[in-house]
Design a protein around this ligand. Structure first.
Ligand code: ADP
Ligand code: ASP
Ligand code: MG
Length: 407
C-alpha cells in the first residue's frame, strides 16, 4: 500500500461539479487501497477576488489581515471536498494549516514552511480517512495565519509529501504536464515525459507557473518524485525527477517568458568601491529580489547601473532608489515598466557551446532588440520590449524545439 499526496489546483475545483469530479477520482484511488492526502487550492479566481476586496477597503492592506482573508478560499474547497467524499461513502476529514501545524515564518504573503507535524494526519489515515488539507496556508510562532505566496498550494503538497515520506506527489492541473513552453503562448509546445529538478527549478523561476518554485526546491531537497498531470484525463503527465545521464543530451528543454519585470537605470553614478553594496543593500533589506544587473563603465569615472525588479515591487524599489540616487550623486534615473524576460533552459547547455549565440541570432532575425542578458550553467535569459514577448517565445521554440528538430 502506498501513501500518495495529490494536489488539485484552482481550475480543478472551480465549481461544485468539478469538486465532485475530484471526489470521484480520489474515491477511486482510495478504493484501490492507497492512503491519500489531498491538498486543494481555492476555486479558480477566488484568491484574486479576495485580494480585490482587500484593496477595496484599503490601498495598502495590512499583510496579516490579508492572509486571514485569502486563506479562506482554501478553507471552502477543503470542506466541500471532504463533504463530497463522505457523501460518496469515502470517509474524509478536512484540516487547515494550523490544525495540522504547518509551521512557517512570519513573512505574511510569502511565508516559508519551517516544519510540518505529521501526527494528526497519520492518526486520521490510520482511522481509514482521506485527509483533505488546505493548500497555501500555514501558521507562524504567534499562531497567526500565514500564506505561502501565489501558487503556494504546490509547495504545501510537496512539503507534505516530504514530511510524510510519501511514495509520490501528484500535481493535478489544467494542462496534462509540463510543456516545452506555455501552451497558451506557444501552440507548438510539447509535453515532456520527464524533466530534472534543476531544469524545472529554472523554468519555474523564469516564468513557467505550472509549479511554484519553492515546491520544486522541496522536491529536489527531499527527493520527492513529482507527477504533474491533468485532473480531467487519465493520460500520464510529466515526472519531475533527479537528473539522469541521458538528460544532458537535450540541449534545450524549455522556453519561458515573464512579463512581471520592471527596469531601473541609475545614470552616471560615481564609479567607486562599495557603490553596488550601497545601492543593493537597502533594496535587499526591503525584501525586494533584484533579478538582472548590468553595469556599464562610461566616461569620466562614472558608470550606468541597470537592474530589474518584480513589477509588484517597482514602486517600493523606486522610493528607495530616489533617495539613494541623491545620496550617491547619480545624474538621474530612467525606468521602463514594459519589459519582459525570455529564457531558454536545458541541461545540455553545460556541455554544448553556441547555444546563446544561436538564441541571439534567432531574435536578431526577427528584429527583436536585446536589452539585457544573463546566463547561468543551464539557462540564458534576455530582457526585451514586452510587446515582443510572444514572438520571441515562438521563434525560440521553433529554433530549438520546433519542427521535429532534436534540439
Ligand atoms: P493550478 O491552478 O492547477 O495550480 P496554474 O494556472 O497555476 O494551475 O498552472 C497551470 C498553467 O501553467 C497552465 O494552464 C499553463 O498555461 C501554465 N504554464 C506556463 N508554462 C507552462 C509549461 N511550461 N508547461 C505547462 N504549463 C505551463
Ligand atoms: N489559491 C492560491 C493562489 O491562487 C494558491 C494556489 O492556488 O496554489 O495563488
Ligand atoms: Mg498553480
Amino acid at each position: 500500500m502506498s501513501l500518495i499526496v495529490q494536489k488539485y489546483g484552482g481550475t480543478s475545483v472551480a465549481d461544485v461539479e468539478r469538486i465532485r469530479n475530484v471526489a470521484r477520482r480520489v474515491a477511486t484511488c482510495r478504493r484501490g487501497g492507497d492512503d491519500l492526502v489531498v491538498v486543494v487550492s481555492a476555486m479558480a479566481g477566488e484568491t484574486n477576488r479576495l485580494l480585490g476586496l482587500a484593496r477595496d477597503v484599503s490601498p495598502d492592506p495590512d499583510r496579516r489581515e490579508s492572509d486571514v482573508l485569502v486563506s479562506t478560499g482554501e478553507q471552502v474547497t477543503t470542506a466541500l471536498l471532504a463533504m463530497a467524499l463522505t457523501y460518496m461513502g469515502c470517509p474524509a476529514v478536512s484540516l487547515l494549516g494550523h490544525q495540522i501545524r504547518i509551521a512557517t515564518d512570519s513573512a505574511f504573503g510569502k511565508a516559508r514552511i519551517q516544519s510540518i507535524d505529521d501526527a494528526r494526519i497519520r492518526a486520521e489515515l490510520a482511522a481509514g480517512k482521506v485527509v483533505v488539507v488546505a493548500g497555501f496556508q500555514g501558521v507562524d510562532d504567534g499562531d497567526n495565519i500565514t500564506t505561502l505566496g501565489r501558487g503556494g498550494s504546490d509547495t504545501s503538497a510537496v512539503a507534505l509529501a516530504a514530511a510524510l515520506r510519501a511514495d509520490s506527489c501528484e500535481i493535478y492541473t489544467d494542462v496534462d504536464g509540463v510543456y516545452t513552453s506555455d501552451p497558451r503562448i506557444c501552440p507548438q509546445a510539447r509535453k515532456l515525459e520527464r524533466i530534472s529538478y534543476e531544469e524545472m527549478l529554472e523554468l519555474a523561476s523564469l516564468g513557467a507557473k505550472v509549479l511554484q518554485i519553492r515546491s520544486v526546491e522541496f522536491a529536489k531537497r527531499y527527493a520527492v518524485p513529482v507527477h504533474v498531470r491533468s485532473s480531467f484525463t487519465d493520460t500520464p503527465g510529466t515526472w519531475v525527477v533527479a537528473e539522469e545521464a541521458s538528460m544532458e543530451n537535450i540541449l534545450v528543454s524549455g522556453v519561458t517568458s515573464e512579463r512581471d519585470e520592471a527596469k531601473i537605470t541609475l545614470l552616471r553614478v560615481p564609479d567607486q568601491p562599495g557603490l553596488a553594496a550601497r545601492i543593493f543593500g537597502p533594496i535587499a533589506d526591503a525584501n525586494i529580489v533584484v533579478d538582472m544587473i548590468i553595469q556599464n563603465a562610461s566616461a569620466e569615472g562614472t558608470t550606468d547601473l541597470t537592474f530589474t525588479v518584480p513589477k509588484a515591487d517597482f514602486r517600493q524599489a523606486m522610493a528607495l532608489v530616489e533617495t539613494l540616487a541623491r545620496d550617491i550623486g547619480a545624474a538621474g534615473i530612467r525606468t521602463d515598466e514594459s519589459v519582459a524576460k525570455v529564457s531558454i533552459v536545458g541541461l545540455g547547455m553545460r556541455s554544448h557551446a553556441g547555444v546563446a549565440a544561436k538564441m541571439f541570432r534567432t531574435l536578431a532575425e526577427v528584429g527583436i532588440n536585446i536589452q539585457m542578458i544573463a546566463t547561468s550553467e543551464i539557462k540564458t535569459s534576455v530582457v526585451v520590449d514586452a510587446k515582443f514577448v510572444e514572438l520571441a517565445v515562438r521563434v525560440l521554440h521553433d529554433a530549438f524545439l520546433g519542427k521535429g528538430e532534436a534540439a
